[in-house]
Write a protein that binds this ligand. Sequence first.
Ligand SMILES: C[S@@+](CC[C@H](N)C(=O)[O-])C[C@H]1O[C@@H](n2cnc3c(N)ncnc32)[C@H](O)[C@@H]1O
Length: 244
Amino acid sequence: MTKTWIPNLGSQDGERLSGRGSDSATVARAYDAISATYDYWVWQNFWRANEQPILAPLLAQAARNTCLDVGIGNGAYVPIHRSLGYKLSGLDISSGMLEQLKMRHPSVPAVLGDATRLPFHEGRFDTLLCARVLSHLSAPVDFFTEAFRVTTRGATILVADLDSEHDYQSISFRGLKNPRSPIFPFKHALSEVLSAAEAAGLTLSSCRQFGYADLEWKPPPHQLPALDRSSARPIFYVASFRHN
Ligand SMILES: C[S@@+](CC[C@H](N)C(=O)[O-])C[C@H]1O[C@@H](n2cnc3c(N)ncnc32)[C@H](O)[C@@H]1O
């Protein structure tokens, strides 16, 4: 069910769904607590198998010079950035995740900061990646405004996240050492995300939603019971924007 995005969610749905997210301090503490064991989380296997093969060719098509990975976590995308020859910088709100990043990839400049207040000067990057961070932000437009500011004209901005149509209400790190209570996402409808990017001055290049039938790795039900296996709804989306 790979499909090019069709505007099928009204803003009313978006407003109803996006009202209940955890604040950024709570999100940072939750990631700090599980940072050492994050790679053992079954969802991380899911993203490695299903999201990375989609984003890697998009990263390869981009400028391949300077890249900012916003919400870099422990550096899941670093091997891909490296293989493409990017001069990479990473930013994350969780000091625990950044410690893991530094242990694995000590040469990557790692900055503690917020996706909505990027501590970089104008036009610094020609590629920007933001994988699964928007659902932690109350107002995606704040991120896109910053993404526009810190990128150069012609830059590519790649965004991926769980789709708001997927039936999940919280993110719980079950099975990991030191999990905290679940954190709550902001379920922004894809239409809201695209409008926010446009409002910040970015132009949509491509956007796709991916459902169960599209998955490279279909995890068995006992591993990810909450996954929507009906293919009726998208599970995640990947969007590419241009700073014109
Ligand atoms: C689902 S993880 C994804 C990590 C990484 N992008 C990957 O692909 O593995 C989300 C990451 O975003 C970070 N994050 C959450 N809210 C943030 C914010 N407001 N600003 C910067 N990073 C944030 C978290 O600390 C976490 O490392």
